[in-house]
Design a protein around this ligand. Structure first.
Ligand SMILES: [Zn+2]
Length: 136
């Protein structure tokens, strides 16, 4: 179970390393980061921590608005909920996850409209009308 002090996951390892000198801060961050809307630094260590715990806990995932049965956690989704999420509004968070998915970060879906470049025929009114003159 996810007791905040003796979790051995790789995410917690990273956090432990970072706050090795300050167990109080470590405990504080490990609790707060799991709250939607409390972004912290969102660097590799914190994202790794969040990802690892979201992967391991169905309840946390639901809380963060990731669809049930969804195995893929997008970094964009995690960031969005960390930044703008609400701790007690899972449906708001779900919207953030959905919106983050729609923004093309790794070229998921979304067709890029084939831009048919228009080629403008330049009519040569500014040319030299008398260029061919002089032959006859
Ligand atoms: Zn952990």
């Amino acid at each position: 179970m996810m007791t905040s002090t003796d979790c051995q996951c790789s995410g917690c390892e990273g956090m432990r390393e970072r706050y090795a000198k300050d167990p109080v801060l470590l405990d504080f961050y490990r609790r707060r980061l799991l709250e939607p809307g409390w972004p912290g630094e969102l660097d590799d260590v914190e994202l790794g921590y969040l990802k690892s715990h979201l992967q391991r806990s169905n309840r946390l995932r639901t809380h963060w608005g990731f669809p049930r049965g969804e195995r893929r956690l997008t970094e964009g989704g995690i960031k969005a909920v960390a930044l703008w999420g609400l701790p007690d509004d899972a449906s708001h968070n779900a919207e953030l996850v959905r919106a983050a998915r729609r923004t093309p970060d790794s070229g998921a879906e979304g067709e890029t409209p084939a831009t048919n470049e228009k080629v403008w025929a330049v009519s040569g009114t500014s040319g030299h009308p008398g260029l061919g003159r002089g032959g006859f």
